[in-house]
Design a protein around this ligand. Structure first.
Ligand code: HEM
Length: 471
């Protein structure tokens, strides 16, 4: 692709690889370093894909709000995942297809109460079961690596297929998929961005295995889809899946993403999107918060004091408590800031030629929204590498809004699960620390807080000890 005259500056790259090797295992950190020499908008090539990285929260907000930056790159893994020649669903699509799937998902999830207090009872029931299970394992160091996945997925499951997944099969299948992404992370990015690499080395690249692992997950979803199709009564929508089936039945426009077979493929991909986007993210944020509070006992004690004085120990935490618990909210905010869970958001792409801060960026340029750079901006935060929830409170103890706080990427592609995630985080964190004190493993009292970087920043494996309070 020919670059326009005032394309953003950037370092020299290698033939074939572009800057993939230079960007290393933590591209968000490398982009921050490149910012010192080239400024906040820097050109880097991801193998065959020209890309720009944006590492300034003001420019990030401007780009995220602009429709020309709301595309997604057309990568082979997204097509494989959709079992089609183009990506389907809503997470990795753009244009009309994305808008249709996004509007539909938001409308239906709203109708099912996902952003309202009506989801509270479902979350509380899930948490109660989760706490009972945890009590059986308390007072000894244990790995919590995948502990939060099943309860978080169950909440989505209840919304989407109308029942809890009591078998734990969904959580297990997701675990296999995420572990294989983790295992093949480096090579997988080579075959994502240098497509012929995966054709020559399908085994080595890990793409084969990742696709193989998706098979049982697809089959699992298909079982539920078939079940719903055979019991669906038109006009009687029980859950998200029913609403989708109804939409497919009502669609007569052959160019719609809900039309017939395309509609069925879109349904499967949208389901996968909701579970991947909603499960891993929320479960890992709860995990990170437990790790931070075990590592910083004074913060934990202050949070527990607030839980004790506002909620006590004779009832379950409720969403109405949030307004009286600014310190707890500040801890959750700081946990999301400190973690920068999705450090480069999900790759964006320009949908047409566009100008940003005087630079010309052609259509189909991949855009790396460096969320990490905003959440760790040294000039703004002063001490971004310190875990300090008080930065979210003013002198009167009220919550402060900060412009660089963009963990959900406000703008055209803002996370559709933000409210659900925030509600879940509040209920999980308050319930956990109402019931338990969490400490580090005496054999490893200062566990590493360095993340394992894949598309998200995962907590390293370590052991924590849960001790029941007021027992
Ligand atoms: C702490 C939890 C969560 C975090 C930090 C988070 C963060 C994000 C981020 C950074 C994006 C990318 C936005 C962009 O591309 O600019 C995103 C997209 C998305 N999230 Fe979340 N998310 C969380 C929970 C959830 C939940 C619970 C759901 C389920 C309903 C969900 C569903 C989605 C979907 C479907 C998208 C794609 C939106 C689109 O491409 O238009 N997320 N999320």
């Amino acid at each position: 692709q020919k670059r326009p005259k005032n394309y953003p500056p950037g370092p020299y790259g290698l033939p074939i690889f572009g800057h993939l090797l230079q960007l290393g295992p933590s591209p968000h950190i490398t982009l921050l370093k490149l910012k010192e020499k080239y400024g906040p908008i820097v050109a880097v090539d991801f193998g065959s894909y020209p890309a720009i990285g944006i590492s300034d929260y003001r420019i990030l907000r401007e780009a995220l709000a602009h429709p020309s930056f709301a595309g997604r790159p057309n990568l082979n893994v997204f097509q494989h995942r959709s079992r089609d020649v183009i990506a389907r669903g809503l997470l990795f699509t753009e244009g009309r297809q994305w808008l249709e799937q996004r509007h539909f998902a938001i409308k239906q999830l709203k109708a099912l109460g996902y952003s309202k207090t009506s989801i509270e009872t479902t979350v509380q029931a899930e948490i109660s079961d989760f706490l009972i299970n945890l009590k059986a394992d308390c007072n000894r160091p244990m790995s919590i690596r995948t502990r939060f996945h099943a309860p978080v997925l169950n909440i989505l499951w209840a919304l989407i297929v109308g029942e809890r997944d009591t078998t734990g099969e969904a959580a297990m299948l997701f675990k296999i998929c995420t572990e294989s992404i983790e295992e093949h992370n480096g090579l997988a990015s080579l075959c994502m961005f240098i497509p012929w690499f995966s054709k020559i080395f399908p085994k080595l690249s890990g793409l084969d295995e990742m696709n193989k692992n998706l098979g049982p997950l697809w089959a699992f979803f298909e079982k539920y889809i078939k079940d719903h199709q055979s019991t669906f009564i038109p006009g009687q929508v029980r859950d998200f899946l029913d609403a989708y089936i109804q939409e497919i039945q009502n669609t007569t426009d052959p160019s719609s993403s809900f039309y017939k077979e395309v509609g069925e493929r879109s349904m499967l991909s949208t389901l996968l999107d909701l579970f991947f986007a909603g499960g891993e993210t929320t479960a890992n944020t709860i995990h990170w918060t437990c790790l931070y509070l075990a590592s910083f006992p004074k913060v934990q004690k202050r949070l527990q004091d607030e839980v004790d004085s506002v909620i006590g120990n004779s009832r379950l935490p409720a969403l109405t408590d949030e307004i009286s618990m600014p310190y707890t909210c500040a801890v959750i905010q700081e946990s999301m800031r400190f973690t920068a869970l999705i450090p480069l958001a999900i790759f964006h792409s320009t949908t047409q030629d566009v100008e940003l801060k005087g630079y010309k960026i052609p259509a189909n340029t991949m855009v790396l929204m460096n969320v990490y750079s905003a959440l760790h901006d040294k000039e703004y935060w002063g001490d971004p590498e310190v875990f300090r929830p008080d930065r979210f409170l003013d002198d009167e103890g009220k919550l402060i809004k900060h412009e660089p706080m963009v963990p959900f990427c406000p703008g055209k592609r803002v996370c559709i699960g933000e409210v659900l995630a925030r509600n879940e985080l509040f209920l999980y964190i308050t319930s956990l620390f109402q019931t338990f004190s969490i400490s580090t493993d005496p054999a490893n009292p200062n566990p590493s807080l360095d993340p394992i970087v894949t598309w998200i920043q995962m907590p390293p494996d370590h052991h924590l000890m849960f001790t029941q309070r007021n027992s």
